[in-house]
Design a protein around this ligand. Structure first.
Ligand SMILES: Nc1ncnc2c1ncn2[C@@H]1O[C@H](COP(=O)(O)OP(=O)(O)OP(=O)(O)O)[C@@H](O)[C@H]1O
Ligand SMILES: [Mg+2]
Length: 270
């Protein structure tokens, strides 16, 4: 699959300044700042309720910005969201495939929202089904797919308009390891093809495997930003020495989990 990039080398794909999301007086996102560059994979890592979904929903224009500034692909989300949306692919936290339609039809109907129709739509849909290992499922009902297949179909659907920026809210939550690894492999291939990726996750392994840079969020704030491997060595060192319940010394390589623990005193995953 080849794709045309409409994004210049130095332009920030997303820039947020003092970005706030407030729901009925509750600040879910508390004045955060970040910049995402073209062709990188940028992650929002954090526990439940950290504000990850609230942040990406503002980026993809589902949820209005409460305060601060947010530009996507060089355009202000407050005034240019229609133009922005044409160039985005979105994988929401919950799959929202149409259960009444077959697999291929899900892609074709979605293509029509971008005014892509006829042989162009069918070609793109076929190509995406092949890319995600779903070609033999084209005529099946969505209901009959496994969780991993539904997730792959949702990602395939998000690519139908050849987006410059793909936003994935917890791409692999709930998937078994094999299904998760397949999604990771495909996301790496998309990045090689020049797509900028934004993902949220509470899996530190996902963040460290895929992200060039990430922010760790907690309670609406960004605690730290950087390359995952550098963050681990700067914040947590090379290895962690723990004492087990049976008083034995355990030594393991430091991970992003240790970074989170050091910064908050809490564990990232429940
Ligand atoms: N539509 C809403 N109305 C009111 N409060 C909301 C709404 N959406 C989210 N919140 C609250 O905002 C905070 C951040 O939620 P958000 O969904 O952004 O977190 P998250 O990091 O995506 O968490 P998770 O890992 O569970 O998906 C939480 O306290 C949540 O209860
Ligand atoms: Mg979320």
């Amino acid at each position: 699959m080849t794709r045309q990039m409409g994004v210049g080398g130095t332009l920030d794909v997303v820039a947020a300044e003092d970005l706030v999301k407030e729901y009925d007086g509750l600040q879910a996102v508390r004045g955060i700042n970040f910049r995402i560059k073209a062709r990188e994979c940028f992650g929002f890592l954090g526990p439940n309720g950290a504000g990850k979904t609230s942040t990406v929903k503002m980026i993809y224009g589902l949820s209005p910005v409460s305060a601060g500034k947010l530009t996507v692909l060089g355009m202000d989300v407050r005034t240019k969201i229609r133009d922005i949306k044409r160039r985005l692919g979105v994988v929401p936290q919950e799959n929202n495939l149409d259960p009444d339609l077959k697999v291929l039809q899900n892609l074709l109907v979605y293509a029509s929202f971008f005014n892509i129709s006829g042989s162009e739509a069918r070609n793109r849909a076929q190509e995406l089904l092949e890319f995600f290992g779903l070609a033999d499922k084209a005529k099946e009902r969505v209901e009959s797919l496994s969780g991993g297949m539904k997730r792959r179909l949702t990602i395939a659907r998000a690519l139908i308009n050849k987006p410059d920026l793909l936003i994935l809210d917890e791409p692999t939550t709930g998937l078994d390891p094999q299904a998760r690894h397949m999604v990771w492999q495909r996301l790496r291939q998309l990045k090689e093809q020049g797509v900028t990726l934004i993902l949220t996750t509470h899996y530190m392994e996902e963040a460290s495997q895929l992200c060039d840079r990430l922010v760790i969020m907690d309670r609406g704030e960004i605690l730290v930003e950087g390359n995952p491997h550098q963050l681990v060595s700067e914040q947590a060192g090379e290895e962690i020495v723990e004492t087990s319940s049976s008083e034995e010394m355990i030594v393991h390589p430091a991970t992003l989990e240790d970074v989170f623990l050091k910064l908050t005193g809490r564990k990232l995953q429940d």
